[in-house]
Design a protein around this ligand. Structure first.
Ligand SMILES: [Zn+2]
Length: 150
C-alpha cells in the first residue's frame, strides 16, 4: 500500500527520538498501519475496544492522582501509584494538545506484576488506536493491560 506524505511524515516523527528516548516505535520494524492493525485485531479478540481500555486507564490514573505519589488501593487485587515529571509532551499526531508527563504504575498486589502507562498512552490508545511499537519504553501490550484492567 502506498503511504500518503502525511503518513510518511508521521512515521518519521514516531521513529525519531526527539520526543521520547527511543521514539514511539521502539525496535519495531513494522509500519504504523501494521502495528495498529495487529493491535486492533488483538484488542477485538480480547473482547474490548481501545476506548474501553483507555477509559479504564483514565479512571485508575484519576484515582491514583488523589494519593499524591503514594500507592492507593484500586480494588481487592490492584493498587496504583503516580509518578509525575515536570513538563508536558505533545501528541506526535498533527493536532493541538499536550499531556502531562505523568506515569501511572498499576500493580497486581497478589502476583507483584506491574504495568505502567503515561497520560499520553491513554490519549494515543483512545484517539489513535496506537499502543506504540515493540521495544518502545512505553509500549502497552494489549493482552497484558486487559488482564490487569478488567
Ligand atoms: Zn493525538
Amino acid at each position: 500500500m502506498k503511504k500518503s506524505p502525511d503518513t510518511q511524515k508521521l512515521e518519521q516523527i514516531l521513529r525519531s527520538s526527539a520526543f521520547s528516548a527511543a521514539g514511539f516505535m521502539g525496535t519495531d520494524t513494522r509500519s504504523l498501519a501494521e502495528i495498529i492493525d495487529a493491535d486492533m485485531a488483538e484488542v477485538a479478540r480480547l473482547g474490548y475496544t481501545p476506548q474501553q481500555i483507555a477509559q479504564r486507564m483514565q479512571q485508575i490514573t484519576d484515582k491514583a492522582k488523589s494519593a499524591l505519589g503514594n500507592w492507593i488501593k484500586i480494588n481487592d487485587t490492584h493498587s496504583a501509584m503516580i509518578t509525575e515529571v515536570k513538563g508536558r509532551i505533545p501528541c506526535p499526531w498533527p493536532h493541538a494538545g499536550n499531556y502531562a508527563k505523568r506515569v501511572t504504575t498499576l500493580q497486581d498486589t497478589q502476583t507483584g506484576r506491574k504495568v505502567h502507562f503515561s497520560d499520553l498512552n491513554i490519549h494515543l490508545i483512545a484517539e489513535h488506536n496506537f499502543f506504540e511499537g515493540r521495544g518502545s519504553a512505553f509500549r502497552v501490550e494489549p493482552k497484558q493491560i486487559v488482564e490487569m484492567l478488567f
